[in-house]
Design a protein around this ligand. Structure first.
Ligand code: F6R
Length: 243
């Protein structure tokens, strides 16, 4: 994989934004893979500016989010549907009906994963998938031990991830759902370009394991080593444990 070390988050956001804006310019029906969490926010902010400055027509752009909580009403402000609407769809001016988030409704969760993977294929596959990484190396909600060949499916959140995400639920991990539906590692690997962003020293171990460790299900992000076009964009703190 290619590793780009940037001075700050803005530089990372600008690199992502330029590459995605170039993509949309040559391919108006581009399919974007979207992530939630804190890391990609700066990238979406830069992309919104780039879209505005270049006057890009984004009315045909498609989006597919990585994951969603299971059993959390979509209207909940912290559902990933709500977060993607606030942080991506509205600022970029995308057509909401072209932006998909896995369906976390419990009634249909057994088939929702395969339906989602089919929808991605029918859209022509994801052109560029933005990723954050968990402190334990997870991508999407694929925690250590997840099959590297997995498709979209229901998963149990680890205690650590529920603690990490409690900040979005009044600091109370008991309000964080116990399950999620997430694109599998196999799903993520089908995207034509993967761009993983990581900032801050608490990501340094995960970045080192992903870039320089052995490829293993115990570090899901290490799968990127097998991808023909994967780019890590990391700040100096997140790069500090690379050799
Ligand atoms: C988000 C996601 C997660 C996050 C990861 C890092 O859709 O699937 O894998 O990317 O937990 O989260 P932040 O960016 O908040 O540190």
């Amino acid at each position: 994989a290619e590793v780009i070390i940037v001075k700050n988050q803005d530089e990372a956001g600008a690199l992502y934004a330029k590459s995605v804006a170039d993509l949309i310019e040559r391919k108006p029906f581009a399919v974007l893979g979207l992530a939630t969490g804190s890391t990609p926010l700066v990238a979406y902010e830069h992309l919104a500016l780039e879209v505005r400055d270049r006057g890009l027509d984004v009315s045909h752009v498609r989006g597919f989010a990585l994951d969603e909580y299971a059993g959390l009403p979509v209207e909940h402000p912290e559902s990933y549907r709500s977060v993607i609407t606030r942080t991506v769809v509205e600022p970029l001016g995308l057509d909401p009906k072209h932006v998909h988030v896995p369906n976390g409704a419990l009634e249909t969760i057994a088939t929702a994963g395969a339906d989602y993977d089919r929808a991605i294929e029918e859209a022509g596959g994801i052109d560029v998938q933005i990723l954050g990484v968990g402190t334990d190396g997870h991508i999407g909600f694929n925690e250590p031990g997840s099959s590297l060949a997995s498709g979209t499916r229901i998963k149990t959140l680890t205690q650590q991830t529920r603690v990490d995400n409690a900040r979005f639920f009044d600091g109370d991990m008991n309000q964080v759902p116990t399950h999620c539906i997430t694109q599998g590692i196999g799903t993520i690997m089908k995207a034509r370009h993967l761009v993983l962003l990581a900032f801050g020293e608490n990501k340094a171990d995960a970045v080192a394991a992903s870039v320089e460790g052995g490829v293993s299900a115990m570090c899901p992000a290490s799968a990127l080593q097998l991808h023909p076009h994967a780019t890590f964009i990391v700040d100096e703190a997140a790069a500090s444990k690379l050799k």
